[in-house]
Write a new protein. Structure first.
Lengths: 99, 524
């Protein structure tokens, strides 16, 4: 199978993730969209690494995974703090800031 | 398969190791020092000592540096004079902000316990127990360390790691305001979602560039692009996404939507730090990526720089005109300044390497000073104590009579933002626009000058409000002027620096001119 197909799949996943961030109003779902985008980038890195026949891209994917894990910790902490304060995590509802 | 351990030149990384190491030590202090008051003193002393020590090491490295600089970790990072200059700027911002973090005006900038819900019983108990949130010092140190790393890294994936190292602490700091906590939570949520979104876009761009060129080192990308036969759509898409990622951090239109919210909601000390340092770090990284990796794509990418620069200057200026909240007004002025910064990138001239550090230094000092002034003007609480900051423009009427020094400093910072001669902002704008003229981008400079002229209107409006408008009857009692020693030191130091840089800029400009060479390593 042509490994370029994986790059196309990565682009599709990235677009789905971006759409989730921009369109969904639930903070957790928007955040899942971000994670999908990061994983799409990982898939692209690994696929390109296979195409070029070297390991660099696969090692980079590990770095990205660790960073993504750290991001989850910070992100969920903020979302929980918001939920405790107002019992909702809708991105529309907290509208004290004009945006 | 054989594996060779890379040799790492630790000495070149010493300034960053000191700052990040002090951050790690600060976490231990949290665990082992029991009483909140002692902990605050220890943390503040540790942070200031680390930042001063790091600045000292940078000065020593600058003096000892012969030749262009040091390539660390076989081309993953480059400590050259340009990087050292940016690191020194970031450390100065870090030092000033740390003093604002420690200031106790109005009960301090930060909440007692971040985990409590606003208005809850736990929050009252935490306040009564005299708790203090001293984790902010290590968090700020991690942010400064990550930003310093961000200015010297020359590998796109390593750059992503550095980006997150400085962004994650900032997301948390934004959420920790003592007053108006709903606003602060909301700002942190928006900043986090948009920040994570932008770093994901950046990362996908890196993957595409890696696919097109087989490398992620900025120097090797530059070479690979020259050798590519024709413009690869994969490469162009990747380059645009990488630059968009940086533009999010700089806060340029149309990637600015987090700026006003995060600036308004964050504790003012954090706003000062974020406004000055994030812009500087992101500009430093953009310089390296644009001048080294994507220099061969200058013609293809110029439309992006032009469009975003014009949009930022025009939108930032026009929207700032109608703001009634002083923090939002300064935020939109920051958006306009992001446009002025991008003007210097037109044509990728060598002058920009001198102009940009100076511009960001001038802008950052004025930003820290201006937000420090904002933290001094407060509303009276119902119990007669000092309440939240008075951020509505009308509440600033007649400030010049009550506190001439405070209002005078604010006027100086505003004039520097506007780029009036005798202030640092004027020299910064002059240098940045000269670089763009050298690059043949005179239409862009024309728009920039017009935008500056319009922007001067809302800066002067605030000055007129402070000095030539009387406060309405009875309004004076509702506003309290704080007199925190630490904050006052920051205000007067930044005001003096803005004046000195405006009147005698040649010394600092010569330093930055020495730094205007990017070391192109032959890593691998």
């Amino acid at each position: 199978m042509n490994p370029m197909n994986y790059v196309i799949l990565a682009a599709i996943l990235f677009s789905i993730g971006a759409a989730a961030v921009l369109l969904r109003r639930n903070a957790i779902v928007a955040f899942m969209g971000v994670e999908l985008m990061l994983n799409a980038a990982n898939l692209a890195l690994v696929a390109f690494s296979r195409i070029h026949g070297e390991l660099d891209g696969q090692i980079m994917a590990f770095f990205v995974m660790v960073v993504a894990a750290a991001e989850v910790v910070v992100g969920l902490a903020i979302i929980i703090a918001v939920f405790r304060a107002r019992q909702t995590i809708s991105l529309d509802e907290p509208a004290e800031l004009k945006g | 398969m054989s594996f060779t351990t890379p040799t790492i030149d630790w000495a070149a990384f010493a300034p960053i190791i000191i700052v990040l190491g002090a951050g790690a030590a600060g976490i231990l202090v949290e665990a082992f020092v029991k009483t909140p008051a002692t902990r605050r003193t220890v943390q503040l002393a540790l942070s200031l000592a680390a930042l001063v020590a790091s600045l000292g090491v940078i000065i020593a490295q600058w003096a000892a540096l012969d030749g262009a600089g040091t390539v660390v970790m076989s081309g993953m990072a480059t400590v050259d004079r340009q990087a050292l200059a940016w690191m020194a700027i970031l450390l100065v911002f870090g030092l000033l902000s740390m003093l604002l973090f420690a200031s106790r005006d109005g009960g301090g900038a930060f909440t007692e316990l971040g985990a409590t819900a606003p208005g809850s019983v736990e929050e009252k108990l935490a306040r009564r127990a005299g708790l203090q949130l001293t984790e902010v010092y290590p968090l700020a140190l991690f942010a400064v360390g990550g930003m310093m790393l961000f200015t010297c890294v020359t590998d796109l994936v390593f750059l992503f790691v550095a980006l997150e190292v400085f962004s994650l602490p900032l997301y948390l700091l934004v959420a920790l305001a003592r007053r108006r906590r709903y606003l602060s939570h909301e700002a942190a949520l928006k900043y986090f979602i948009l920040g994570a979104f932008s770093s994901a876009i950046y990362l996908f761009g890196v993957a595409l560039v890696y696919g097109a060129t087989t490398v992620t080192d900025v120097n090797m990308i530059g070479t690979a692009i020259v050798n590519l036969a024709d413009a690869d759509p994969l490469l162009l898409a990747g380059a645009v996404m990488i630059i968009v990622g940086f533009m999010f951090k700089i806060g340029a239109v149309p990637f600015h939507s987090w700026v006003p919210d995060a600036y308004q909601g964050a504790p003012t000390a954090v706003t000062a730090f974020m406004g000055a340092a994030t812009k500087a770090a992101a500009t430093a990284a953009l310089v390296r990526v644009m001048f080294v990796a994507f220099a061969p794509l200058e013609w293809e990418l110029s439309w992006l720089v032009w469009a975003v620069a014009i949009a930022s200057m025009v939108y930032g200026t026009v929207v700032a005109l109608v703001q009634t909240d002083i923090k939002r007004m300064l935020a939109y002025s920051g958006v306009a300044h992001a446009g002025f910064i991008l003007v210097a990138f037109a044509g990728l001239e060598g002058e920009a390497l001198t102009a940009l550090p100076f511009y960001l230094l001038a802008y950052g000092l004025a930003t820290i000073g201006a937000f420090a002034v904002v933290s001094q003007v407060r509303e009276r609480a119902e119990d007669g104590g000092v309440g939240a900051e008075a951020v509505r423009l009308g509440q600033w009427a007649g400030l010049g009579k009550r506190s001439p020094l405070l209002a005078g400093s604010m006027a100086l910072f505003l004039l520097s933002f506007a780029g009036i001669p005798m202030t640092a902002g004027f020299i910064g704008k002059f240098e940045a626009f000269s670089a763009a003229i050298a690059g043949g981008a005179w239409p862009l400079v024309l728009i920039a000058v017009l935008a500056s002229a319009v922007a001067a209107f809302f800066y002067v409006r605030l000055i007129v409000l402070m000095f030539f408008t009387d406060a309405p009857e009875g309004a004076e009692e509702t506003i309290a002027i704080e007199d925190g020693a630490l904050t006052r030191v920051v205000i007067y130091v930044t005001a003096a620096a803005v004046l000195v840089l405006g009147i005698l800029p040649s010394g600092v400009l010569n330093l930055f001119a020495d730094a205007s060479v990017l070391l192109v390593s032959v890593g691998g």
